[in-house]
Design a protein around this ligand. Structure first.
Ligand code: SF4
Length: 227
């Protein structure tokens, strides 16, 4: 499979935020989100066998730990990534899969925690989530919405309500998008949507979601790779 990078850092998002995690970042994406912070994964990378990926992961997490499979869009390499996730689960790891849900998720192994990033209107890639994938979501899975303004928020709130996500999945995440010119400032000033404003909306509407911040962007330079 084509791999951009494998590294250990602090998980910045989801209900696993704050935990040490090994990231396996696959190369390639079929979407072009306007606020994407992973454009360096669109091309390049290097080919690795499943055994080589497992070898690097085991060096970083010898006794089993939290692993995130991410990209890019990892499900574009379904033929290799599905057996990789099975092997990681078999090795005692907790496996998270970060995906847009644009590809079918039916063959993702049951023990994997799917974190599905449903694209909002202002992402530049609306309507890309395959609605059939809702049937694959279970209580350990999470649905994330990255929000840049009130229109995105209202889409996320309506989608959450229409599909009863508060009951269907383990967590619904509303996260402000970061601006692309975010190099340097490790604070909320580069969020496209002010987290305080989002918090106010969520409190007013009692949405069954948690506000998420990409905490790795507060710890390190927001433009830094490999963290
Ligand atoms: S799906 Fe993810 S990697 Fe692909 S363009 Fe959107 S944010 Fe970037």
């Amino acid at each position: 499979m084509q791999i951009t990078e494998i590294y250990k850092s602090i998980q910045g998002e989801s209900s696993y935020a704050g935990l040490a995690c090994v990231f396996v970042r696959l190369t390639g994406c079929n979407l072009r989100c306007s606020w994407c912070d992973s454009e360096y994964t669109f091309t390049g990378g290097h080919p690795m066998t499943i055994e080589e990926v497992l070898g690097e992961v085991e060096q970083l997490w010898p006794d089993g730990g939290l692993i995130e499979i991410t990209g890019g869009e990892p499900m574009l390499q379904e033929r290799e990534v599905v057996p990789l996730m099975q092997r990681l689960l078999g090795g005692g790891h907790t496996v998270l899969l970060e995906t847009s849900g644009e590809r079918p998720l039916a063959r993702v192994p049951k023990g994997v925690v799917k974190i599905v990033d449903v694209k909002c209107p202002n992402s530049g890639e609306p309507d890309t989530f395959q609605i059939e994938n809702l049937q694959t979501l279970a209580s350990q899975d999470e649905v994330k919405f990255v929000l840049s303004d009130r229109t995105d928020y209202e889409f996320a709130r309506a989608f959450t309500e229409r599909h009863d996500l508060g009951q269907r999945v383990g967590a619904v995440l509303f996260s402000p998008a970061f601006g692309k010119d975010s190099r340097g400032a490790r604070d909320a000033s580069h969020c496209l949507l002010d987290p305080r404003e989002l918090a106010g909306w969520m409190l007013a509407d009692n949405v069954p979601a948690r506000l998420g911040l990409q905490i790795h962007k507060f710890i390190w330079d927001p433009a830094m790779k490999g963290v």
